[in-house]
Design a protein around this ligand. Structure first.
Ligand SMILES: Nc1ncnc2c1ncn2[C@@H]1O[C@H](COP(=O)(O)OP(=O)(O)OP(=O)(O)O)[C@@H](O)[C@H]1O
Length: 360
């Protein structure tokens, strides 16, 4: 097993609910556990943290064994070098922000310090809050302190259970860059639970999709989102996420231009320097297909592509998986259009992309 792999097998029963998983996940980047309410995301995270003791369980992170029920091994949570951020921040209400952080630093004992307290304070921009009591913080500020507190104990891995759930939409948008910043600056592996597709698109490097206590898809983000045999390519939120680089701006038209492995695209203006990384979401419903390059069209983004596969979604709808350069694109079209164009694997086509959204 590789040093940067998490191997987990859990079986656990709560009456009607069975958790039954056998997973290999990377211990790098952000791995998102995604699924509907009740699918078992939190239970899995709690099993990994040791907050839940699955009667049958095996968990190894890199070279460190945390649980092996067959050999009677179960490391209690406080001996697992992890940080856990809950939906509500769970700060000690009688301690100031500074004292909450100091508590975490003291908990660290003699482990090697990989993240300094000052670094955590700066990354989460909480220096102005240090003297405050938790009751005098907004929801977003409380969550930033909770993350800084988790980091202050210098964990090997950070577990986050819907950290944005208690925030309104505007606060969520303000908060997301802090999470992206953690990854870019600390390179700490994160396991992140959410039922928000937006957070998946924005944050995930790797994706585990859960339903009824089981894994229904697991793999790198782009691949898992676009698998036609997976659960995400069919619904109305179906989308591809591409990562690339900003090339230039066209200020007169409020546009930016970016390059991706799938081709170059015009995007809504992005206030960032050329060369900056950019992550975009392309909804399947915004991608149409033509056999010839469109002549006079209002659509700016047209890419040569090849049909990989076509699947019937029922109710007159089809999903088409397209390979554009080194990227995969999904297109939702009517079954009638798929039949009229005689779409089949290997066919060269043109993908017209009506809209893109920058997600990070
Ligand atoms: N301690 C417990 N005792 C009994 N049943 C539990 C317990 N914890 C969770 N469950 C049940 O296990 C199932 C999975 O719950 P879990 O919280 O893991 O789902 P989830 O995917 O995280 O949901 P949500 O998105 O709503 O948080 C649910 O049916 C829940 O009611």
């Amino acid at each position: 097993m590789s040093a940067s792999e998490l191997k987990a097998r859990f079986k656990l029963n709560y009456g009607e609910f069975d958790l039954d998983l056998d997973l290999s996940l990377p211990v790098a980047g952000v791995t998102v556990f995604y699924g509907h309410s009740g699918s078992g995301k939190t239970t899995l995270l709690r099993c990994i943290a040791g907050l839940e003791h699955a009667p049958y369980g095996y968990l190894r992170i890199g070279d460190t064994l945390w649980q092996d029920s067959e050999r009677g091994v179960f490391l209690p949570t406080h001996r697992r070098n992890l940080g856990y951020v809950f939906q509500d921040a769970n700060l000690f209400p009688h301690l100031s922000v500074r004292a909450n952080l100091d508590y975490a630093v003291r908990r660290m004992r003699c482990r090697e310090r990989k993240i300094s307290l000052q670094q955590a304070i700066e990354l989460l921009a909480i220096a102005p809050l240090l003297a405050r009591m938790p009751e005098r913080l907004s929801g977003g500020e409380r969550q930033r302190v909770a993350i800084a507190r988790a980091l202050a104990a210098s964990p090997d891995i950070l577990l986050m259970d819907e950290p944005l759930a208690a925030l309104d939409e505007e606060r969520k948008q303000e908060f997301l860059p802090y999470l992206t910043g953690l990854q870019q600056n600390l390179r700490i592996p994160i396991l992140y639970v959410t039922h928000s597709r937006h957070e998946v698109n924005r944050l995930a490097d790797h994706l585990l999709v859960m339903a009824a206590g089981k894994a229904v898809a697991c793999g790198p983000l782009a691949e898992t989102l676009t698998r036609l045999d997976g659960p995400l390519a069919a619904d109305r939120m179906a989308a591809s996420v591409w990562q690339g680089r900003l090339v230039s701006h066209e200020a007169d038209y409020h546009l930016s231009h970016a390059e991706f492995a799938g081709g170059n695209l015009s995007l809504p203006y992005l206030d960032a320097k050329p060369g900056s990384p950019v992550r975009i979401r392309i909804y399947a419903r915004d991608v149409s297909i033509a056999l010839q390059p469109p002549q006079a069209s209002s659509i700016l983004n047209v890419l040569p592509a090849e049909v990989r596969a076509v699947a019937d979604l029922g109710q007159g709808q089809s999903v088409v998986q397209l390979a554009a350069g080194g990227e995969i694109l999904l297109s939702h079209i009517t079954q009638k259009s798929a039949a009229l164009l005689k779409l089949a694997p290997g066919m060269p086509v043109f993908a017209q992309i009506k809209g893109t959204s920058i997600v990070g």
